[in-house]
Design a protein around this ligand. Structure first.
Ligand code: AMP
Length: 223
């Protein structure tokens, strides 16, 4: 590795919103403060109070890509995102810690009044709308249910309401979004939380600088 990249600050990739908010206490536990808020700042590279650490703000589904290619040394990504990403059989990522943040469930949900159990028992072919194609495919294959999966990029809750799908597979936290759209969760697909991921080459060449952060995150996430 060149001297220039050795002196570059460590880069942590994060997404805005829940993961960013719930990572701040973990950074504080490592003695790091972040003065800018990505919700109000347009900056995509945020400095921190530690000159050896900067944050980059990327889409949640892009975090593994930045880490995998070494553009970020480490990152924090939901298990939902990692499941879909590793499905592309991309290597180079090391997942040492479950940080227990941004917890939620990946669920099957249907319109109120739709008899999901009966549809499954009758062997009906179900149309499932989801962003989580891989997880949904595996779930229904395990159950032996025939499904047509329709890939969506957002607002999955709409699909059963307008006849695009019989059911959705989506993240549920408080359940308020489902309720507001007259949907009910009928099955859990997976428990989801966010994980620390590390670029394998960074761990080899910059491991001494990364380790204090990894240790602080691990301690803070279990307390
Ligand atoms: P809720 O109304 O609290 O059940 O939240 C549901 C909405 O928030 C859905 O649109 C989900 O896709 C999204 N959501 C919930 N939890 C998470 C999470 N941990 N990460 C990303 N999106 C989430």
């Amino acid at each position: 590795m060149s001297p220039a990249s050795q002196s570059k600050p460590l880069t942590l990739a994060l997404s805005k919103g829940r993961i960013f908010d719930e990572t701040m206490p973990l950074l504080a536990a490592a003695g790091v403060q972040v003065s800018e808020n990505p919700e109000t700042s347009r900056k995509l590279i945020l400095p921190t109070s530690n000159p050896d650490l900067q944050l980059i703000i990327v889409r949640a589904s892009d975090v593994p890509t930045y880490v995998q290619y070494g553009a970020a040394d480490f990152g924090i990504a939901g298990k939902d995102v990692l499941n879909e990403h590793t499905a592309q059989e991309l290597g180079g990522l090391y997942q040492p810690i479950d940080l227990n943040i941004a917890q939620c469930r990946l669920c099957v949900a249907v319109r109120e009044g739709f008899d999901y159990e009966a549809a499954v028992h009758q062997g009906s072919r179900l149309r499932i709308a989801t962003k989580y194609v891989q997880a949904a495919r595996e779930h229904f294959a395990r159950k032996g249910v025939y499904v047509d999966i329709i890939k969506l990029y957002g607002s999955m809750e709409l699909a059963p309401l307008v006849g695009l799908a019989d059911a959705i597979v989506d993240l549920v936290s408080t359940g308020n979004t489902l309720k507001a759209n007259h949907l009910v969760a009928v099955e859990d697909v997976a428990y989801i939380s966010s994980r620390l991921i590390i670029n394998q080459a960074s761990l080899k060449t910059r491991g001494q600088r990364l380790q204090p952060f990894i240790d602080a995150f691990a301690r803070a996430s279990t307390t």
